[in-house]
Write a protein that binds this ligand. Sequence first.
Ligand SMILES: [Zn+2]
Length: 323
Amino acid sequence: MGHFKQLTMSHYLGIDIGGTNVEFGIVDDNGEILYSSSVPTNAYGTVEELAQEIFDKVKSGFKGDFEAIGIGAPSVNLETQQIEYAPNLQWGDVIPIKDIFSDLFKKDVFVANDANAYALGIKVFGEGKDLDNFAVVTLGTGVGLGTYINGSIVVGANGLAGEIGHFVVRQAGRECKCGNMGCLEGYVGAAGIVATAKEKLEFSSGGSLLNDFQPSDISPLEVFNSARKEDPVALEVVDSVCHDLGYALSSLINLLDIQNIFLAGGITNSGNILKRKTEKHLKNYTLPNLRNRINLKISTLNQNGGGILGAAALIKASNPVLK
Ligand SMILES: [Zn+2]
């Protein structure tokens, strides 16, 4: 029986391009990751070099063929299949990502915004299988949003929907890489969390677990871990992060009546504190008739290569034959 399953199972290469790491892996029809690896995003001067590295690694790491390639990346224009003006990537303004990978691998390539890919991963392989309305917020270097409404991903008029990271949460706030000021990403993105921690440390008179780190070694995960240990400074930072995130998400709920919201990304590994505190602030800003119906959860896809699964789900969702 196992033999039969092997023969009919299709395999996909999923690639998740983040601001810090590029994760990639081979996924089968059941969402099982058979091989995976990751490389630091900034180690490559061009996308061509990155593509070549992934090509070599997959070739030596996985002895088998795969049907097609799915790529989740920031600032993807769904129509052109290019990455356009991604503030957290340094490979130029417009990157023809689909062409670069299909020329090298000689396979079909499907590219989408990373948060949209993640949402499809939740729909195809994860806890969203039976949901017709949900959203996923990806928390990392950037902050992304994938929204699944009435059976499809919201892509917008130009294929650019979902930039919740650039939802303005503070008037005349921190300068953002996008050129605007006070964007959510400036407070809830990895660099924003660290910036807030450094500000609070500077103005705090008491001790903090975060003082044990060199300022350059403070990471969002350290901040969240210290907050779990009731460190007062870290708690203040986490509360501020969760406030801004909850504020932005309440607008999403009030506008679209989204009930199930999943949180994804590295920070969610720090346990329940993010969910608990975000939920508290979120409810304060949400309309009374929607407030008690909110279902905020940490995505279970997260623990096992959610970005890779999301990228692979793009292939299944784009090709009706594979559905
Ligand atoms: Zn911005």
